[in-house]
Design a protein around this ligand. Structure first.
Ligand SMILES: NC(=O)c1ccc[n+]([C@@H]2O[C@H](COP(=O)([O-])OP(=O)(O)OC[C@H]3O[C@@H](n4cnc5c(N)ncnc54)[C@H](OP(=O)(O)O)[C@@H]3O)[C@@H](O)[C@H]2O)c1
Length: 216
């Protein structure tokens, strides 16, 4: 499958690499067609049909898309990538609406709306599925890295899109995938971020993750 990964940060690199290793044709997108991280990544993964380009080129290329950009820039990225290039496509949204200021971590949208819902509104014909935003990039494609089964959440309005994304997560090694319902549930997934950031601040390392223990 052709997949466009919009984002050249740790998440973009991690997911693009795994998706390419799984046999997909992956194009990494960024603001600039000459982005060094993206071109280095494509060169390092030529054996896996990897390429790079602008956000727009990656969005146009992909039959499925991954959005892994700085949260405050996400809507700008969708606009640069052109909403028509999202039409009918599954968009895996990993972004968080983080606002890092002197007074600690804040979310620039929360409670009654989420960044995912804003992304969905800016590309109304896309099938936005929120997932992996509560997982450190090191664990995204290596979820058993800490020696225990962790939990990943998923939310979205299109049931078949969520099913396809869950299948992909299983290929990444995830077994405990909790479907939280429609895309409104992405609010609660995003609202877990301050807790994760605080744990990171306390422990000063990223080797932890959510595990939901339940009975029934
Ligand atoms: N890092 C993690 O462990 C982790 C875990 C879970 C979720 N997340 C979320 O996943 C997303 C990606 O995180 P990340 O750490 O991989 O990378 P990041 O540093 O948050 O984002 C990098 C990407 O954002 C783009 N970007 C930054 N400023 C921009 C602007 N003003 N306009 C347009 N694009 C802009 C960059 O574009 P260029 O390519 O052009 O430079 C780059 O592709 C974030 O929303 C983050 O909260 C991260």
């Amino acid at each position: 499958m052709r997949i466009g990964v919009l984002g050249t940060g740790t998440v973009g690199i991690t997911l693009a690499t795994k998706l390419a290793q799984l046999g997909n044709e992956v194009k990494m997108g960024s603001r600039s067609p000459d982005n060094k991280t993206a071109s280095d990544w494509a060169r390092a993964n030529t054996g896996h049909k990897a390429s790079h380009g602008t956000f727009e080129e990656a969005a146009k290329f992909g039959e499925m898309l991954v959005l892994a950009v700085h949260g405050a820039a996400a809507l700008e990225v969708v606009s640069a990538a052109k909403p028509e290039n999202f039409r009918g496509k599954i968009v895996i949204d990993t972004c968080n609406p983080l606002e890092l200021g002197s007074s600690g971590v804040k979310l620039f949208v929360s409670n009654t709306e989420s960044l995912s819902e804003r992304i969905q509104a800016s590309a109304p014909d896309a099938k936005v599925v929120k997932t992996l935003n509560t997982v450190n990039a090191l664990l995204m494609t290596d979820p058993k890295r800490l020696g225990e089964e962790l939990t990943v959440f998923i939310a979205g309005n299109d049931e078949s899109a969520k099913k396809r994304v869950a299948e992909l997560l299983k290929k990444f090694g995830w077994n405990d995938i909790i479907d939280l319902g429609g895309l409104e549930a992405s609010r609660y997934m995003e609202m877990l971020l301050p807790m994760l950031m605080q744990l990171h601040a306390v422990w000063q390392h990223p080797n932890f993750g959510f595990k939901i223990v339940r009975k029934g």
